[in-house]
Design a protein around this ligand. Structure first.
Ligand code: ZN
Length: 214
């Protein structure tokens, strides 16, 4: 059985990380912390430290800006992520992508399973892979189970863009990056995205770049 002492190093690392205040540095692809997977959260941080860590994730996600951030992306190998999406996109884009506003949420020990067999393919990006986006076909709907930051059980079905966000963030906790699941022929720089691929769906990009959509 683990004693509090066994968890001391991780809590100390988080204390140190939060020391300077403000947004945390985001770890980029190539750092092994993004590939090793995470420990389930089981009280390694005191409730007060967990609350400060979650707040730091929120501040960092907003500053980036992004719609989700997983603990390994700030170098902490714990199974914790935050999500929030105000969905500031044109109505046509929002409708095609199911991009409905998603309030701030903390996901503790999340795991997902597909609901049905439908898949949805859209461009997505990652704060740990700055400057690039690629098309990823993901489950259109997933059932997400885990806890919230207060230890209350979470069991919810996500659809549309929020389903994409929770899959992307949960994958981070398993040491996966979106590029592992991406259609690599779709890989596009931010410049190419802005100039060419702002359509509501990636159909035009698929034709021009030579990849298939589900
Ligand atoms: Zn990411």
């Amino acid at each position: 059985m683990a004693s509090p002492r066994d968890h001391a190093p991780l809590a100390e690392r988080v204390e140190e990380l939060l020391g300077p205040g403000g947004p945390l540095p985001i770890v980029a692809a190539g750092d092994p912390v993004l590939r090793r997977g995470t420990e389930p959260y089981d009280g390694q941080l005191t409730p007060a430290l967990l609350a400060r860590f979650v707040e730091a994730l929120r501040v960092t996600m907003h500053a980036a800006p992004g719609v989700g951030l997983a603990a390994p992306q700030v170098g902490v190998p714990l199974r914790i992520a935050v999500i929030e999406d105000p969905a500031p996109v044109p109505a046509e884009v929002a409708a095609a992508r199911g991009r409905v506003p998603q309030p701030f949420r903390v996901l503790v020990n999340p795991a997902y399973q597909p609901v049905g067999t439908a898949r949805a393919a859209f461009f997505e990006g990652c704060l740990s892979v700055p400057g690039w986006q690629a098309v990823v076909a993901r489950h259109a709907e997933v059932r997400l189970r885990g806890q919230d930051e207060n230890g209350r059980a979470l069991d919810e079905v996500f659809a549309g863009w929020p389903a994409r966000i929770v899959q992307h963030e949960t994958d981070h906790l398993d040491g996966m990056l979106y590029l592992d699941r991406a259609e690599l022929r779709s890989l596009s720089s931010t410049e190419a995205m802005t100039e060419r691929w702002t359509q509501p769906t990636p159909a035009t990009a698929a034709q021009a770049l030579g990849f298939t959509l589900p």
